[in-house]
Design a protein around this ligand. Structure first.
Ligand code: SR1
Ligand code: MG
Length: 404
């Protein structure tokens, strides 16, 4: 029913409470609400709403008609809220329990009401605190294998696949990625945002025609390959963890793209933390040991993905031509190389481009931070350049270690 409650306006904390009260069955009668806007991301409003009597809580995520990080001068479609809620529902169907449950979606308000995961921690914070998450590679590898496989042509009916591509057409959010990841860091543009102490290193990148050519290939792949339904922004700020649980949040960048883009995002963000450890601890032994953990994690993420993907392949591929001997091995070899290339691009963008990461940003001393950032740039460049020589995931360990 259309009424004034569902007319679009960015909610205040109080309006969020009124809306929560109006939703049948969400909270018990007599609920005593507390509402806090807790969003700290680049784009949206996020409210934590809790009934003080029963303790029940939910999250309201509301899209703004612009990018929060920049302001109203950067308009942005509200349709991203639909994309996010539909992607969450798809992901929960294909990998139950891996994402917050969607309780309600209001298209007019660009509002998703979802499960509160406050008992989990944003993984980026956990890595900055040097926590270790043993179950994480298994969970995220399985999540990616299931979503990427089951939304691809290898599993879906030919028509359903194309309908899904249409459902998840996400041009404005893709354009953010196209600019911020694949173009802006390679040119001297005003939206870049980097530490003045790394200017020489950044200027080397701006002059590097060979690197630019490789990034161009990866950008074209991002723009043209409709392989599977991607999360689209699978960094460690989009993952919430406990020791025994992993939840993926925030799929507003979801669209049909190349599988390696999501896997590369996870690996890049582990490696950004690896670089950040340069300035996150002075204890050399602890740094070394944590870096070993991060590299092992990156390797295990890919290995689990590959193992799970092959298992699904064995059991679900129907089209005879795809069952040709050697085809899936070649496919996975290709996905691995693309994963490595995308990981490299994602590392470089977080150092030079508009949106940085706390793993580096929290290093207070700018010169120490510069050391970590240069390491991230060098690893990133090597991953892009050497991706086609990568035959197995262990090769990235060599690439990373050669840079230290
Ligand atoms: C203006 S949006 C900047 C970045 O935030 C998101 O998390 C994406 O990574 C995007 O590139
Ligand atoms: Mg996000």
């Amino acid at each position: 029913v259309e009424n004034s409650l569902s007319e679009y306006r960015p909610f205040t904390e109080q309006e969020a409470v009124e809306y929560a009260r109006s939703l049948p069955g969400l909270f018990p009668e007599g609920a005593l609400f507390e509402s806090r806007e807790i969003g700290d991301g680049n784009l949206n409003l996020v409210f934590h709403i809790q009934d003080q009597v029963s303790g029940k809580s939910v999250i309201f995520k509301q899209a703004l008609p612009y990018a929060r990080v920049v302001g109203e001068s950067w308009p942005l479609t509200l349709d991203r809220a639909r994309i996010e809620s539909e992607a969450l529902i798809t992901q929960d169907e294909l990998c139950p329990g891996s994402v917050p449950k969607v309780y309600h979606f209001d298209k007019n308000l660009a509002l998703t009401v979802m499960e509160d995961l406050s008992d989990h921690k944003i993984m980026r914070r956990g890595l900055i605190d040097r926590n270790r998450y043993k179950a994480f590679p298994r969970h995220i590898g399985r999540f990616m294998a299931r979503i990427l496989f089951f939304t691809s042509d290898y599993a879906l009916d030919f028509k359903v696949k194309k309908e899904k591509v249409a459902q998840f057409i996400n041009p404005e959010l893709c354009k953010i990625t196209e600019d911020l990841i694949f173009t802006d860091p390679y040119f001297d543009v005003p939206t870049n945002n980097f530490n003045p102490f790394i200017r020489d290193e950044v200027e080397l990148i701006w002059k590097d025609q060979e690197l630019r050519g490789e990034v161009a290939k990866l950008k074209a792949l991002f723009m043209t390959s409709a392989q599977a339904l991607l999360h689209g922004d699978l960094h460690t700020g989009s993952i919430m963890v406990t020791e025994s649980s992993t939840k993926v949040i925030d799929p507003e960048f979801a669209f049909y793209g190349p599988m390696g883009f999501d896997i590369g995002a996870v690996i890049a963000n582990l490696l950004l933390n690896y670089a950040g450890q340069e300035g996150l601890t002075d204890d050399v032994a602890e740094r070394g040991s944590y870096r070993t953990y991060l590299l092992d994690t990156a390797v295990n993420v890919w290995s689990t993905f590959e193992h799970e993907f092959l298992f699904l392949w064995e059991n679900h591929v129907k089209d005879e031509i795809f069952k040709t001997e050697g085809y899936v091995e070649e496919l996975l070899a290709q996905v691995l190389q693309e994963t490595i290339g995308f990981a490299g691009c994602k590392m470089i963008r977080r150092v030079i481009g508009l949106a940085g990461v706390a793993d580096l940003g929290l290093i207070e001393d700018e010169q120490v931070r510069a050391k970590a950032e240069i390491l991230a740039l060098q690893i990133g460049k090597e991953l892009v350049r050497k991706r086609e020589a990568v035959k197995r995931i262990g090769d990235i360990v060599k690439i990373v270690k050669e840079r230290v």
